[in-house]
Design a protein around this ligand. Structure first.
Ligand code: SF4
Length: 210
């Protein structure tokens, strides 16, 4: 049997963006409305204990924990610090990653201290050119979020924080020029680039599929 080595925790289930392709908040399943906003420490502790038991049972000396949301950094610096402390104590070495839209890094700089303290690799969602990104990834006001996201990515790419920067995640829009998209992403010199299509189902097939 191949044991699980990666655990994805949805630590905050609301978002500070309102992307039109969001598979959580724009999907048919609106049950998130009745769910708690953040994962409380008591839940984190129990989760950490179960990960530790699993790792011990399978002799794993390292596991990966991905922090996800909604927007995971909405938990705030103090809660994030406590949460990472709980997870770091599971037993095996833990490699942390967070997938974020980046905006909270500008709003609450203390988050960066916490991310450094726990060596959390940070991936940011950015959809290429300003026009492509702003077509779908909007603030609740309806304005595009590219400018703020780009500012956050530049901050992550600065000498002071570069070691945190794990890469960019780009949702591909078939209406966008692929080369322009690629070159726009390369301007941020990401250490890694992930491209994916918007979420699709049998009822709502992927764009371009017939
Ligand atoms: S940033 Fe992610 S979670 Fe937030 S609205 Fe956009 S796609 Fe959804």
């Amino acid at each position: 049997m191949v044991p699980f080595r990666q655990f994805l925790l949805k630590i905050h289930s609301r978002c500070n963006l309102a992307c039109d392709y969001c598979y959580v908040y724009e999907g048919a399943d609106q049950s998130w409305r009745g769910r708690p906003r953040r994962m409380e420490l008591v839940t984190v502790r129990r989760t950490a204990r179960r990960i530790g038991e699993h790792a011990a049972e399978h002799g794993l000396d390292e596991v990966s924990v991905v922090l996800h949301g909604g927007e995971p950094l909405l938990v705030g610096a103090d809660h994030l610090d406590a949460l990472l402390g709980e997870l770091a104590a599971v037993g095996p070495r833990v490699r942390f990653t967070v997938q974020t839209n980046g905006l909270r890094l500008l709003d609450e700089p203390a988050l960066l201290d916490v991310l450094h303290r726990h060596r959390v690799a940070v991936g940011v969602s950015l959809d290429g050119t300003r026009a492509a990104h702003d077509r779908h990834r909007r603030l609740p006001s309806g304005a595009g979020s590219w400018a703020r996201t780009a500012e956050a990515v530049r901050l992550l790419g600065s000498d002071r924080h570069r070691e945190l920067f794990a890469g960019l995640l780009c949702v591909v829009d078939l209406a966008s020029d692929p080369v322009a998209t690629y070159e726009a992403l390369l301007e941020f010199a990401p250490p890694r680039l992930d491209l994916l299509l918007p979420h699709a189902t049998w009822l709502e097939p992927p764009p371009g599929a017939r």
